[in-house]
Design a binder for this molecule. Structure first.
Ligand code: FAD
Length: 385
């Protein structure tokens, strides 16, 4: 069995045995998916994107999309929490110093450390690549961080956070930022209200005020001027592929739910089942096709990315934009196929419906992605607004 196959089997086991059960409690109470993340740590799947030379599994974008899909099928917040950890890990790994390898990557690979990504801010919203959080030097090896972050997945539960800040130099312009690592126990991280979202209720996406936090140069990632390199070479591909996989998982789960309802429902007056009604057969076929063509787009995009193909970026942008439409449309339609019973029970389809809606607003949002895609095709600068 290939390594990837083994990871998928492991993820599938965690998804079915733990995440699926944890979903009910997490969705009801807004509780972070602690049991699922613990199982992912214990099996060292949390080291998925950490390079092998740092003790990790050395998986790439395709592996990330596939594992996120497995988790997403059982519970979308599990896919989201795992995905944001992996994006953070990939950002750390991209240009890690020896200190950062030892301090962060090795513990992540050993299943002892969860990280996450804190890019979004209340002031710049979906335009997460324009952070306002400041990073100012106070001496040669001491910097002070101030600002506000919002929607930090795994918030309050991770061991570290990859945070974007406005460039360390005084002449830094708005689009020049640095990424830093904050440790969870650093004085000055003040968490805001717990996550109480419409959906994705197990992801603990919290705001945090960063108040005079002192960090050393060891906590700064990469070199000055690396920021756009990080965004387009690490953050975007890893984020987009993990989220595409997660939302694909929801779409697949909704498709299966619709199929189950159609297969089981029979009428007493006629003795016929919904599985025999042509229009419903047709609608299910349409749903399957939507999910499958989106799956192929995502898998192909991830493989192009892993192979370093120059055209990968267009496919990766399109994959997350398309999965946003796919998941919202498929879940919506599955809800119709499940009839009044599906609506009444506020069961799995209700949860999928709420969770799926996050696809369009998680940045890069669907609207931004199509615009960026058009810009790439027209050879225009991506971040021109
Ligand atoms: C469940 C969940 C988890 C999240 N997890 C994280 C996380 O772990 N880390 C993190 O950093 N962030 C995270 N986010 C934040 C997310 O990525 C976005 O930054 C956030 O949802 C933007 O919300 P907003 O209300 O500020 O949107 P706004 O910026 O106010 O945008 C509102 C709408 O306007 C559209 N819009 C804005 N500008 C343009 C434009 N130029 N062209 C076209 N459309 C435009 C947007 O697409 C959006 O639909 C998460 C969000 C959610 C919902």
């Amino acid at each position: 069995m290939s390594d990837l196959k083994k990871w998928i089997v492991t993820a599938n086991g965690i998804a079915n045995d733990i995440a699926r059960k944890e979903a009910l409690e997490a969705d009801r109470d807004g509780k972070w998916v602690h049991k699922t993340m613990t199982a992912l740590k214990e099996t060292k799947l949390t080291g998925l994107v950490v390079p092998k030379e740092n003790g990790g599994l050395g998986g790439g974008l395709y592996a990330l999309a596939r594992i996120s899909e497995e988790l997403g099928k059982a519970y979308s917040s599990a896919g989201l929490c795992f995905g944001m950890h992996c994006v953070g890990a990939a950002v750390i790994a991209a240009k890690a110093t020896d200190y950062q390898k030892k301090k962060y990557l090795q513990p992540i690979a050993e299943g002892e450390h969860i990280t996450s990504l804190a890019l979004s801010e209340p002031g710049t919203g979906a335009h997460f690549y324009f952070p306002q959080t400041s990073l100012l030097p106070t001496s040669q090896d001491d910097f002070i961080v101030n600002g506000d972050k919002t929607f930090i997945t795994n918030g309050g539960h991770a061991d570290s956070y990859v945070v974007s800040t406005l460039g360390a130099s005084e002449d830094a312009t708005a689009d020049q930022f640095s990424c830093i690592i904050l440790e969870a126990n650093q004085p000055g991280i003040i968490w805001g209200d717990p996550w109480n979202g419409l959906g994705m209720r197990g992801n603990s996406s919290c705001p945090a005020h960063l108040n005079d936090i002192h960090i050393s140069g060891n906590q700064i990632l990469g070199e000055k001027g690396d920021q756009l390199w990080y965004i387009f070479n690490v953050v975007a591909p890893y984020f987009l592929m993990s989220m595409a996989g997660t939302y694909l998982g929801i779409a697949e789960a909704a498709l299966q739910e619709a199929k189950n309802v159609l297969a089981k429902r029979h009428y007493m007056h006629s003795g016929t089942g919904l599985a025999q009604v042509s229009i419903l057969q047709h609608r299910l076929g349409t749903l399957w096709s939507n999910v499958e063509r989106t799956r192929r787009l995502i898998y192909n995009a991830a493989q192009l990315g892993d192979n370093g193909e120059p055209e990968a970026i267009t496919h990766i942008l399109a994959a997350k934009a398309e999965v946003g439409h796919c998941v919202v449309d498929v879940v919506n339609e599955a809800m119709t196929l499940a009839g009044g019973i599906g609506y009444r029970e506020n069961g799995l389809l209700g949860m999928y419906l709420r969770d799926a809606r996050a696809a369009h607003v998680m940045s890069p949002t669907t609207d931004l992605l199509y615009t960026w895609l058009g810009r790439v095709l027209l050879d225009q600068p991506i971040l021109s607004d």
